[in-house]
Ligand binder design. Structure first.
Ligand SMILES: [Zn+2]
Length: 315
């Protein structure tokens, strides 16, 4: 098969796929609370996390960890505009070696996880989520429209979950008090039936007491994924838990697992290899040559004929 762009794998089981289709309402709702003292975003991401899991062929723990990364990356992207994008990277010495997630202002997210502990890939929950990152760093690179260079900032991993580390990051590197809640909820058959993420962030001049109250509220929320699985909408969730703070909904946009990789880009990568390496590949193969996109796990194949033709155009 000659793939020219990202391929989304079929989600397992036709019944489950139908259910997901019916609940395909992945979205990001942006809002303000307390007459604009606080801004925020709430993501409904059940379908996109299922697609992420299926494409990357992830076990339960990996789905939770990378799922938190996707939701966190999207929440960070809620302040981007135009063609802006960002890269969230976690580099730790825990069972998860690293994770890289890209999100952009169009609500698109992609990325991958590197696991050091093979048991993470299994379909069992055998690890305390609080120990999965270990010690290391969390960094965010923002590619902003008006800036000449990417804006990079990094903090040490200090907390036991990605949500708390993101809050620490926002405070340390941006001096913006923020609270995050990230949630991936499974049914008894180990299927992701609800996934959601919430960001609540202070605007300049927000009152200390209000921020403390909201932080306590966000950290004590029940599983957002479970609430979504039980039928709550994003607006319904905000009204159920934040009505005291008079939520005002600004706008909603779609969020989606999307990678813009394509065959041509991989060809460009091959073109850039030194001539000696290209000749080696022609001689030894193996063919078909398989190149896999890290971000979406789509595999592009090049036959010997494709490859030789390509090399002939270079030499
Ligand atoms: Zn890709």
């Amino acid at each position: 098969m000659l793939l020219t762009t990202m391929k989304k794998k079929q989600i397992f089981g036709s019944t489950f796929k139908e259910q997901l289709k019916a609940s395909a309402r992945d979205t990001m709702l942006q809002f303000v609370l307390a007459e604009g003292e606080v801004r925020g975003a709430l993501i409904y991401g059940t379908k996109l996390l299922n697609e992420m899991r299926t494409n990357h062929e992830l076990g339960i723990m990996e789905t939770i960890i990378l799922g938190h990364g996707y939701l966190g990356g999207l929440l960070l992207s809620s302040s981007l505009k135009g063609s802006e994008r960002l890269l969230l990277e976690v580099d730790g010495d825990g069972p998860v070696g690293g994770m890289a997630v890209e999100a952009n202002s169009f609500g698109e997210v992609r990325g991958y996880i590197e696991t050091k502990d093979p048991s993470l890939a299994g379909n069992t929950v055998n690890l305390d989520v609080s120990s999965y990152l270990g010690e290391g760093t969390l960094s965010v690179t923002r590619y902003l429209e008006k800036a000449k260079h990417p804006f990079y900032s990094k903090v040490e991993l200090k907390q036991r979950s990605l949500a708390l580390n993101l809050a620490y990051f926002s405070l340390q590197s941006e001096q913006t008090p923020s609270s995050y809640s990230l949630s991936v909820y499974f049914n008894k058959r180990a299927q992701v039936v609800g996934a959601g993420g919430l960001l609540v962030q202070a605007m300049p001049g927000a009152g200390e007491k209000l921020l403390f109250e909201l932080e306590t509220l966000v950290n004590g929320l029940p599983s957002i994924g479970k609430e979504f699985a039980e039928g709550l909408s994003v607006e319904g969730f905000m009204l159920a838990y934040f009505s005291k703070y008079n939520p005002r909904f600004l706008h909603k946009k779609r969020v989606v697992f999307m990678c813009h990789c394509n065959r041509e880009r991989f060809k460009t990568f091959l073109y850039a290899l030194p001539g000696k390496e290209l000749n080696d590949i022609i001689k030894r193969g193996p063919f078909p040559l398989r190149l896999t996109c890290y971000n979406c796990n789509t595999r592009y194949e090049f036959s010997r004929m494709d490859f030789k033709r390509m090399c002939d155009t270079i030499q």
